[in-house]
Design a protein around this ligand. Structure first.
Ligand code: MN
Length: 232
């Protein structure tokens, strides 16, 4: 038995709908600019050739329903509503035609973003970590097994802040649909059970402030909520 200097961190895990088991999170991959209208609102062109990725630490997971403090170092904290796929079966160089058989289930996700830091990083051609990978920046609903809901390729994706619709689109508008993402990502990583893939946000991203209430839905998948607390 390895002796640890201090107690190792608990495994971050997502509740599974209809089960008392949790889905342990291994890695969190996120696709950038996967909706044309979002790429445009960011002042950029979408890349149709291939998806690109950034990652978030597993420790930065927060569950739906949480109240999270307004994060430090930003004055422009944004919501990004996304479909998240949870990998249930290992695979490497997965053919697109088999890719969905590696997906255990789906969740609603919020890719919370310090937008001002992202734009500063972009302008200086620096990495996005401070903008994307921070405490409570990976918010997830319960995971709905694909055995129950199938593999949603179309359907409404919507986010409201304090009851007002901010993001409303359709999963069918993704530039790189999930099968293409899995085929591409698995050329660079040996995908493993517990890996999560945030598939990108539609247009309408915007700032939230302390006291705001976020609610999102994805047709056929579920719903997610987040409350923004005061800065600590
Ligand atoms: Mn995103």
């Amino acid at each position: 038995m390895t002796k640890y200097l201090f107690a190792p961190p608990a495994v971050a895990s997502v509740p599974i709908r209809g089960s008392d088991a949790h889905f342990p999170i291994r890695r969190i991959f996120c696709v950038g600019r996967n909706f044309e209208a979002h790429a445009r609102e960011m002042g950029l062109e979408a890349d149709r050739e291939a998806p690109f990725y950034f990652t978030k630490a597993t420790a930065h997971y927060a569950p739906s329903g949480a109240t999270v403090p307004y994060p430090p170092g930003t004055a422009n904290y944004h919501h990004e509503m996304e479909l998240v796929a949870g990998i249930g079966k290992a695979g490497f160089r997965i053919p697109e035609s088999q890719s969905l058989s590696h997906v255990f289930g789906y969740a609603c996700g919020l890719d919370m973003t310090r937008r001002d830091l992202q734009i500063q990083a972009r302008e200086k051609r620096l990495p996005w970590d401070l903008a994307k990978d921070f405490e409570n920046a990976a918010v997830l609903s319960e995971l709905a097994p694909a055995s129950g809901i199938g593999h949603p390729a179309r359907g409404k994706i919507e986010l409201k802040v304090n009851g007002t619709v901010r993001q409303s689109s359709d999963l069918g508008l993704m530039i790189h649909p999930l099968p293409a993402i899995i085929a591409h990502l698995s050329r660079f990583y040996h995908l493993q059970p517990g890996d999560l893939i945030f598939t990108g946000t539609p247009e309408g991203v915007g700032p939230v402030a302390a006291g705001d209430h976020i609610e999102g839905i994805i047709e056929g998948v579920g719903r997610i909520a987040l409350d923004i607390g005061a800065a600590d």
